[in-house]
Design a protein around this ligand. Structure first.
Ligand code: NDP
Length: 295
């Protein structure tokens, strides 16, 4: 039976380290500031934003939430981003995705000051990540996976990692971080996606499988090599009449089947999810330190 990689516990550990660091900064009168911008009141986004705000406040950060009406224009949003870029008390800016259709998301990402781009969506920071620079940011979800692997004592060097999914938010940066030269990386990486032929054959060769496709329980036990490490990024809500709400969350991997084959596995919920928020806070703290010349 696989060891469970407890993302909730590891995220709590990271948060408590960040809290100690934040307290040290506070004694010098420095307070990290995170601003989250929402356009419209999409219920799923509200939930994510609420937990980001809660964690930021718990850490002692300044936490701003700016909600624009759902019919706000591109110009309205760009004005808000510009104000935040110019606010010295704000070190991290994120615009909750997906925005409504009248907003050009790419233009918004480009408008965020790269020094405050704590989501690491700006091409400047994506480029820095790819080249292995240490003065940019790493995108929160893949960075969280790397910390989970490291703190669970999983050696990635020379291992064959198969990343399922090639989104800009998860799959591509995940592959980039795993293949990076250096400690806690150095993996040999294959990326598979919806156009890959014989996907199951690639996955079967993986020492480490990272699933980020958004398809409930897509990775079955018979696809996974005995002893592989399974990292499940997926968050999917499916119908389940046996629960009070009538639904439950599952990952992109079939947990019962994969945990019978794997040596270690992340659960959903309680695996990668909590790490994403912890990494957002880590990036914001790093941005604050840099803004004060402390990096
Ligand atoms: P996207 O929809 O942006 O990307 C999905 C990727 O999976 C695409 O590259 C797509 O291929 C590939 N894919 C889809 N279907 C298949 C298939 N049948 N076979 C092979 N590949 C397939 O999703 P995201 O990357 O944003 O998110 C992936 C999952 O991770 C979702 O469940 C999401 O909710 C979750 N997530 C969780 C986070 C967390 O904090 N834990 C954070 C972000 C996301 P193609 O490119 O060819 O279309």
């Amino acid at each position: 039976m696989a060891k469970i990689i407890d993302g909730k516990a590891i995220a709590a550990e990271v948060i408590s380290e960040l809290k100690a660091e934040t307290a040290k900064l506070a004694s010098h009168g420095i307070v990290p500031g995170l601003a989250v911008v929402l356009v419209g009141e999409d219920p799923a986004s509200q939930v994510y934003v609420a937990s980001k705000e809660k964690t930021a406040r718990e850490l002692g950060f300044r936490s701003d939430k700016i909600v624009l009406p759902k019919d706000a224009t591109q110009a309205d949003l760009l004005r808000v981003v510009e104000d935040l870029n110019n606010d010295p008390g704000i070190h991290g800016i994120l615009v909750q995705s997906p925005p409504p259709p009248q907003i050009n998301e790419e233009a918004v990402i480009l408008a965020i000051d790269p020094a405050k781009d704590v989501d690491c969506f700006h091409p400047f920071n994506v480029g820095k990540m790819l080249t292995g620079a240490h003065d940019g940011f790493h995108p929160c979800t893949p960075a969280g996976v790397m910390v989970l692997l490291e703190r669970s004592g999983i050696d990635t060097a020379g291992k064959h990692a198969v990343v399922i999914g090639r989104s800009n938010i998860v799959g591509k940066p995940m592959a980039a971080l795993l293949m990076q030269k250096g400690k806690n990386a150095d993996a040999t990486v294959t990326i598979v996606h919806s156009r890959t032929k014989n996907l199951a054959e690639h996955v079967a060769r993986a020492d480490i499988v990272v699933a980020a496709i958004g398809k409930p329980e897509f990775v079955r036990g018979d696809m996974v090599k005995e002893g592989a490490v399974v990292i499940d990024v997926g968050i999917n809500r499916i119908a389940d009449a046996s629960t009070k709400s009538g639904t439950r969350l599952v990952g992109d991997c079939h947990y019962a089947e994969c945990s019978a084959k794997a040596s270690a596995i992340t659960p959903v919920p309680g695996g990668v999810g909590p790490m994403t928020i912890a990494m957002l806070m880590r990036n914001t703290l790093a941005a604050c330190r840099r803004a004060h010349g402390l990096a």
